[in-house]
Design a protein around this ligand. Sequence first.
Ligand code: DNO
Length: 398
Amino acid sequence: MQETWRWFGPDDPVSLENVLQAGASGVVTALHHVPAGEVWPLEDLLARRRMIEAAGLVWSVAESIPVHSDIKARTGDFARQIENYKQSIRNVAAAGVGTVCYNFMPVLDWTRTSLDYELPNAARALSFDMAEFAAYDVFILRREGAENDYDAEIVARARKRFEGLDEAARVVLENTIIAGLPGGEGSYGRDEFRAAIARFGALGEAGLRANLLAFLEEVIPVAEAAGVRLCIHPDDPPFSLFGLPRVVSTAADARVILDAQPSPANGLTLCAGSFGARGDNDLIAMVKAFGPRIHFVHLRNVSRGDDGSFYEAEHLGGDTDMTGLVGALLAEEKQRRAAGRSDASIPMRPDHGHLIGDERDADGVNPGYSFAGRLKGLAELRGVIHALNALDGAAPRD
Ligand code: DNO
């Protein structure tokens, strides 16, 4: 596997030198300064590529070219937005980047209820607590009909949580959920957020899926012609939030998307943490089912509660059999090599990491994207890859 590292660009507190020291060879980044919906300029792409290569690394994956809300809702300026998206794909290809990650989550990209969930070893993790989430939805946002979207037992726990939060804690919870996380696309105030939800409210799952497939029908031929592999990122978390539809949450969802455009340009980002937040997603089976179309992998583990809650566990801890998953991915790579595929080495990044050591109480660390936590995850994953390759008689480091 190709070891990569997500880097948020020149403003990232983790430097490219640190990325190299972590042992990664590839960088995953985006032009975060370009507003969603605008074309990524070729000169900016080339400048970014030069910066990465000057540090002794390669630009492996563009994550993400954001899909504008107009495209997801298929209203407003969506036709122009799709043309812009096609041009960004062509420009990315011209800059020599062959893999592009994107998502189709309406309104909110990834979200959590806590950024400093304390673990028994005093490290801090990101977590999603269903009762806290419902406390926000039902009692702070007061979304119409919200209480009907949760079990009565969760609403009861949510009420207790809400009553236990003072005003400052309510603000923290709101900001954690709707103000946006690194690499995410939406940052909202409360009124704006209500309006954004209302825009998607009537669409439903079938409507959102139809809009995704209509988008793919237009962009996949362009990506294929440009030699770019698009790979959709799953919903995080992989279920409906705020009554909004989500259509990239399960193996069945992925199947529909991949079958709609059976081109190698239409692929999947296997985010183990996102898919793994549902007990009914069998990640190893997904690698077996979708292997040739997996263009990018996020390796992260979660510990699941029984109500949809989860926290981000150690990379080799949690509920996902990470060693089994890596083994399945290595088997897929082997098949690609045998088939002579040029993309036999799949880019993977250690996704998220705990706050440990000096970073634990430091300011300015991007949530989930600490240096030490990801370094630890990458090193552990590298050990697994190394050991599995050695057992298989393959080169110790691919
Ligand atoms: C969270 C990430 C997301 C993801 C985008 C993909 O850490 O995995 O930011 O990159 O949703 O489009």
